[in-house]
Design a protein around this ligand. Structure first.
Ligand code: ZN
Length: 351
């Protein structure tokens, strides 16, 4: 086998199994400083970098890029290493873990990090963060070969810059989080971005972000939610028409609300206990389950806005409101509830 001549820019510190990443500067003068700073340290082709576990040395050049290199084998031949990821970004999963550990520990969170490794893909493609408490768990995607799972409510994908996201997903989810790594001296700085449809991605340091039961929150998330919740009444519709379509939307909401209240009273009477074999319980998402039927939360604003758009559309088919997509707030369960109530409204209208 030929020697792999691609330069190695990252290593781990101390031993082959170490989680402490190192980035070798490209310029000779910086490598000189790096060597002084790390006199007495050892550098390894880390197992968590997909490396061979061999010890590395630093190569200083003034006429080309500096890099790590394996020691020659005892027989004097060049060492053969099948490590695939070698460039400056090849230890980003370790930089993320170190930064996120410090960030979450500072917030008193107890977390477990797992380098989930799907078959045939290098370690570091995925990083799962699990909390002791309930709530959505971030899954960091650093490999475009893995398609994010958007319909799993317990997981929140956070996408590296090489992982694409389509417009439909941005519209449906309102926003998606990204992560980027910028070389800063001999380290990689982690920043979290919030991407939304037709908006530039906004970037924040981890210290500006929060972990909530709903997942990762950046200062941009509040702004996006506020702007999406604002429903504009079309200027073309008369107040009476607006009143009529609104009244038609409110009626099923009220009857649904009355049923949910009645079911809530029933659950309270039963002391919210779920007895084995009895299909009555409070679900974790806040909805109720009675006699085996799930009564979801409802995004009432979404129902009203959808009914308004449909009502106006029948009067003015070319009105801009007809083309607007009304996005639910309140998460997947409220969104499902909205669609359920909308189906009832449409069925009622069809009669
Ligand atoms: Zn190696």
């Amino acid at each position: 086998m030929l020697e792999d001549r691609r330069r190695i820019q990252t290593a781990v510190l101390g031993d082959a199994a170490s989680e402490v990443p190192l980035l070798l500067p490209l310029e000779a003068i910086e490598v000189d400083a790096f060597r002084k700073e790390h006199a007495g340290d050892t550098f390894w082709c880390g197992l968590l970098l997909g490396g061979c576990g061999g010890q590395l040395t630093t190569k200083l050049y003034t006429d080309r890029v500096c890099h790590f290199a394996h020691h020659p084998d005892p027989d004097g031949l060049p060492h053969v290493c099948e490590r695939r990821a070698r460039d400056v970004s090849s230890a980003d999963h370790l930089y993320f873990k170190a930064a996120a550990m410090a960030w979450l520990a500072g917030r008193g969170e107890r977390v477990r990090f797992t380098f989930t490794q799907p078959d045939g893909l290098p370690v570091g493609s995925l990083l799962d963060i699990a909390f002791e408490r309930e709530g959505r768990a971030p899954r960091v995607h650093l490999d475009p070969a893995i398609t994010p799972e958007w319909n799993e409510e317990a997981i929140e994908p956070v996408l590296g810059m090489s992982v694409p996201v389509d417009d439909d997903t941005l519209i449906r989810r309102w926003y998606v989080h990204r992560v980027r790594f910028d070389s800063q001296g001999t380290s990689r700085q982690v920043r979290i971005g919030t991407a939304a449809f037709a908006r530039p991605t906004e970037w924040f340091g981890l210290d500006d972000c929060e972990m909530t039961d709903d997942g990762l929150q950046t200062p941009a998330v509040d702004r996006i939610i506020r702007s999406r919740r604002t429903v504009t009444v079309p200027s073309g519709a008369s107040p009476r028409q607006v009143e009529r379509v609104t009244a038609r939307a409110i009626a099923p909401l009220e009857s649904h609300d009355a049923l949910v209240r009645a079911l809530g009273a029933e659950l309270e009477r039963r002391q919210l206990r779920s007895v084995d074999g009895e299909a009555t319980a409070a679900n974790l998402d806040g909805s109720a389950r009675v006699a085996g039927v799930k009564w979801p939360l409802v995004d009432a604003g979404g129902v009203l806005a959808s009914c308004l758009a449909e009502g106006v559309g029948r009067l003015y088919p070319r009105h801009p409101l007809v083309r607007s997509v009304v996005r639910a707030y309140g998460g997947l369960s409220a969104w499902q509830g909205r669609d359920l109530v909308l189906a009832l409204v449409r069925a009622e209208r069809g009669r």
